[in-house]
Design a protein around this ligand. Structure first.
Ligand code: SAM
Length: 207
């Protein structure tokens, strides 16, 4: 990364961290994961899309307060729960004490000896990183994340949308991972709806 690129990425991370810490700082569960039927249905569909087999190492990128981390921790030998917000991560730590918390910016984080992963889960995160000024770094993220999976490992994407334009944008995340060598296994929009928001759920596999 050039110096200017590093500065742009660091500035973007600073703004996202500040925004998310403020949001999580206002109250617990600002996205109402614990109380909204849409979220319960979305998390159940994500669990099903990972298949029934027990999992080895898993990365959850943008774990927030750990509502899905809890499920992953029950199913896998080791969960890395990564988030840019220390406030959210502290709650994830309490909710899923078996998971290993990582406070980091997904745009620049690199696994050390934690990879390769059996599964990587990215739910409602990528649109926070897709910002003007960091498009080259965002494009580079797709092959980087794909390289962290073991052959046969699964990537789960779950991103909300409320218009055709947003749906196409969420689909472009999956297409970028396909261009990075992952194969689409399944894609669905579960029935659940939250005030016009629905979720595009895509499961991909490393060949
Ligand atoms: C809307 S929540 C989604 C939580 C959960 N993944 C889900 O599917 O319900 C988005 C989370 O992504 C985190 N996030 C946003 N940008 C990030 C970044 N650049 N690196 C790591 N985490 C990030 C936020 O702090 C927040 O906790």
């Amino acid at each position: 990364m050039s110096l200017w690129s590093e500065i742009r990425v660091a500035w973007q991370a600073f703004k996202t961290r500040r925004k998310m810490n403020r949001q999580f700082g206002k109250r617990e569960d600002p996205f109402s994961y614990a109380t909204t039927p849409y979220e319960a249905a979305r998390l159940a569909a994500m669990d099903a899309a990972l298949g029934a087999a027990p999992l080895g190492p898993v990365l959850e990128a943008g774990c927030a307060e750990g509502h899905f981390t809890e499920t992953l921790a029950r199913r896998s030998s080791r969960v890395l729960a990564l988030d840019i917000s220390a406030v959210a991560l502290e709650r994830a730590r309490r909710r899923a004490p078996r998971a290993v918390p990582v406070e980091a910016d997904l745009m620049t984080w690199e696994p050390r000896d934690e990879a390769p992963f059996d599964a990587i889960v990215i739910g409602d995160v990528l649109y926070y990183l897709d910002r003007p000024g960091v498009s080259a770094e965002f494009a580079a993220l797709f092959p980087r994340i794909a390289s962290w999976l073991r052959p046969g490992g699964r990537l789960l994407l779950a991103h909300g949308f409320s218009s055709e334009k947003e749906l196409a944008h969420r689909r472009s995340f999956r297409e970028r991972f396909e261009a990075a060598g992952l194969r689409l296994v399944s894609e669905a929009v579960p029935d659940a709806d939250r005030g016009g928001v629905r979720c595009l759920l895509s499961a991909l596999e490393k060949i």
